[in-house]
Structures are given as structure tokens and as C-alpha cells.
Design a protein around this ligand. Structure first.
Ligand code: FES
Length: 153
């Protein structure tokens, strides 16, 4: 862990009643710096927050915006829950996988995009919905996806 990462995590500690309560923010800080959270980072964060690495890893697994494997420069997360299923999820998935040439869980060879599924984004009234780099987009269709992809350099 770099000094900068450590200082940012320690600054968060002032806002929480326990060290463990900072764990998600701590992983987000490391992810912002490195793009993902490696096993080594889990160990370092766990030590700093006086948690067991397995407990911290459990939180990371549960919280699906923490990436435990390297990802591309842009991460697309397509909602695969019920409203989006009804409103055209399969069409959107097919368009994305065709345009990107990858399946869920994969990263394009140029490291530009990673495609992942995600549960309901709370935007069911605008299904189908997806996140591009944590930014929510609703009522997506093939044309909108093409514009979104084009905007990701
Ligand atoms: S089901 Fe997709 S946003 Fe709720």
C-alpha cells in the first residue's frame, strides 16, 4: 500500500466509529488508485483495519463494485434482474457482446472494456439499465450503447 493510499484511508477513519466500518471505503480508495483490489491489497487493508483478510475478502465478494481481478479502463455492468430481463436484457447483452467481442467476465484484448453482470440497479423504471464506469444509464438500446462505447477512449 502506498503512503498516499494509507493517508486517504486513515483520513476516513475519523468519520467512522470503528476501523472495520471503513473497510468498503478503504477498498474503494485502493481500487481508485490501482483499478482493482489484489490479494496483497486485501492483506494490507486488513492489517491496517485490524480485520481478518478472509472477513475483508468476504465483504469484497459481497459488494460487487469492488473488483478482485484486473479490469479494463472502462467497466460496463449490465443489469440482469427481472425488470431489465422483461425490457430487453437479451437484446442489449447480445449487442454488447457482439460489439465488444467478449462475454461476461472478460476484458477486451486492448484492455479498453470489461463486461460484467450486476443485480438490480434500482432504475427499473428505466430498464434496461447499465453502469459505465459507475455512471447509470437507463432506457438503453443499441444506438445508445454505440454512443456510450464511442465515448469511452
Ligand atoms: S431490474 Fe434492472 S434496474 Fe432494476
Amino acid at each position: 500500500m502506498t503512503m498516499e493510499e494509507r493517508q486517504e484511508i486513515e483520513a476516513e477513519l475519523a468519520h467512522y466509529p470503528t476501523k472495520q466500518a471503513v473497510c468498503i471505503d478503504a477498498m474503494k480508495i485502493v481500487q481508485r488508485h490501482r483499478g482493482w483490489v489484489s490479494d496483497e491489497s486485501i492483506l494490507a487493508i486488513a492489517e491496517l483495519l485490524e480485520m481478518s483478510p478472509s472477513d475483508l475478502d468476504g465483504v469484497a465478494t459481497f459488494y460487487n463494485l469492488i473488483f478482485r481481478r484486473p479490469v479494463g479502463r472502462h467497466v460496463i455492468m449490465l443489469c440482469d434482474s427481472v425488470s431489465c430481463w422483461i425490457m430487453g436484457y437479451e437484446r442489449i447483452r447480445a449487442h454488447l457482446t457482439e460489439q465488444l467481442g467478449i462475454e461476461f467476465g472478460e476484458t477486451t484484448p486492448d484492455n479498453r472494456f470489461t463486461l460484467l453482470p450486476i443485480v438490480c440497479l434500482g432504475a427499473c423504471q428505466h430498464a434496461p439499465a447499465l453502469l459505465v464506469d459507475n455512471e447509470l444509464h437507463g432506457d438503453v438500446d443499441a444506438a445508445k450503447i454505440d454512443i456510450l462505447l464511442e465515448g469511452c477512449k
